[in-house]
Design a protein around this ligand. Structure first.
Ligand code: SF4
Length: 346
C-alpha cells in the first residue's frame, strides 16, 4: 500500500492526552491527524498547507526541551561508553548556547516560507504575552499578545528566552548530579537505549484488529547482574498524576517482550524541581499499572477510531468535521494551541 495514501492511524500518550485528556480537543486531533495531511504538497489546499506549517512550528519550550535532551544524550551516552563528560558549567553553557542558536535560526522564519527543516517560531507567529504568564498577577483577560514589529515584542520575547535559558541551566545541573550516572560509570547499570521511538501493536478492545501505539521513553537502563530494567523519563514541568501512567504505557513494550513487570522499575526525574527529595521519583511497575495503561490506550484508540469513516483505520478518512468537537471560545487550552489561526482564534 502507498504509505502516503492515508495518514497512519496510531496513538501515543501525548496524542491521546491532547485529543481526549482533561483539556483535550478533538479539533486539535483533526488538524494534527487529518487536516494537515498532504499539506506539504505544492498544490495542497490552503487549509491543509497552513495546518501542516502550523504543526511544524516550534515553541521556545520545545526548543529548550530538545536542548536538554541533547545534553542528557551527551551525559548518559558518554558515561555509558567510558568517554569524558563536560563539566556541569560548561555543559549548561553549551546547552544554553545551542538553544539560543536555534532561536536565532528560526526567529526570522516567516510561517509561509517555513519548512520542516526550518520551522517558524510559535512565539513569533502568535506573539508573546505582554505580562509574564508565570507571574501570580498574570491576568489573561487583560494580557495582550505582542507580535513581531509591535512595541515591546523584543522585550517580551527576551523575557521568555531568559526564562528558558535559566531552566536549561538548572535542568543540566540536575542531570549531571543524578546518582544514576555513578551507577552507569561503575558498570552496575547498562544503557540500553535513549529516546528511541518504538511502535507496538495493541489490539482494539474486543477485537483482533490492532492499532499502532508509539512509545518513546527517554531512557532504558538494565542491571545485567540481576536481570532488571529501569525506564526513565525526564520531565521539565511539575509532577502530574498522568506521568506514572505514561511510564506504565512504556512498560507495556517490555511486558509484551516477555519481561515480567516485577523486573521493571520506573523513574521520573523532574529537572526543574528545586527540592532534591521530590526531584527523583521511583515506582515499582505492577501488572495493574500496565493493565490500566493498556485499557486507557484501547479506550482512547477506540474513541478515535470512531472518527474514521466506518471505523476503517486503514483507509483512515475522517468523518465530518463537526464531530471533531471544538473547544469553547476563550478556553485556556486554545491560548497555546498551534492551530488557533485555523479555528479563528488568532
Ligand atoms: S484553537 Fe482551541 S478549539 Fe481550535 S484546535 Fe486548538 S484547542 Fe481546539
Amino acid at each position: 500500500m502507498d504509505r502516503f495514501a492515508a495518514p497512519k492511524f496510531g496513538v501515543s500518550f501525548s496524542r491521546l492526552d491532547s485529543a481526549l485528556g482533561e483539556d483535550g480537543c478533538l479539533r486539535w486531533y483533526f488538524w494534527r491527524s487529518y487536516g494537515s495531511w498532504k499539506g506539504w504538497e505544492r498544490d495542497a489546499p490552503p487549509d491543509a498547507a497552513l495546518a501542516y506549517r502550523l504543526g511544524k512550528m516550534r515553541s521556545l519550550a520545545a526548543l529548550a526541551g530538545a536542548a536538554v535532551h541533547e545534553a542528557a544524550q551527551h551525559v548518559f551516552g558518554n558515561t555509558s561508553q567510558g568517554l569524558s563528560v563536560w563539566p556541569a558549567d560548561k555543559l549548561a553553557q553549551e546547552t544554553a548556547n545551542a538553544f539560543m542558536g536555534d532561536v536565532r535560526r528560526i526567529l526570522p522564519q516567516d510561517l509561509h516560507s517555513s519548512s520542516k527543516r526550518k520551522p517558524a517560531l510559535q512565539e513569533a507567529v502568535y506573539g508573546v504575552w505582554d505580562q509574564d504568564p508565570r507571574s501570580e498577577d498574570f491576568d489573561r483577560t487583560t494580557a495582550k499578545r505582542l507580535k513581531p514589529g509591535t512595541d515591546g515584542f523584543r522585550q517580551a520575547l527576551n523575557r521568555e528566552v531568559v526564562f528558558y535559558e535559566e531552566r536549561i541551566r538548572v535542568s543540566v545541573q540536575v542531570l549531571t548530579e543524578l546518582p544514576l550516572l555513578k551507577h552507569l560509570a561503575s558498570g552496575a547499570y547498562r544503557l540500553e537505549r535513549m529516546e528511541q521511538l518504538t511502535e507496538i501493536q495493541v489490539p482494539f478492545e474486543g477485537s483482533e484488529d490492532t492499532f499502532t501505539a508509539w512509545i518513546s521513553p527517554d531512557m532504558l537502563l538494565s542491571r545485567p547482574d540481576v536481570g532488571r530494567y529501569l525506564l526513565v523519563d525526564w520531565k521539565s514541568g511539575e509532577a502530574k498524576e498522568g506521568h506514572i501512567e505514561q511510564l506504565g504505557l512504556y512498560a507495556m513494550e517490555a511486558v509484551q517482550a516477555g519481561i515480567p513487570p516485577s523486573d521493571v522499575g520506573l523513574m521520573l526525574v523532574y529537572l526543574s524541581e528545586e527540592s532534591e527529595l521530590r526531584r527523583v521519583q521511583v515506582y515499582p511497575c505492577r501488572q495493574q499499572l500496565v493493565d490500566e495503561a493498556r485499557a486507557r490506550l484501547q479506550a482512547g484508540a477506540g474513541q478515535l477510531r470512531e472518527l474514521a469513516v466506518d471505523g476503517d483505520v486503514v483507509a483512515n478518512r475522517p468523518v465530518e468535521m463537526e464531530r471533531f468537537t471544538q473547544l469553547a471560545e476563550g478556553s485556556s487550552r486554545c491560548g497555546w494551541c498551534e492551530y488557533r489561526m485555523l479555528c479563528g482564534r488568532d
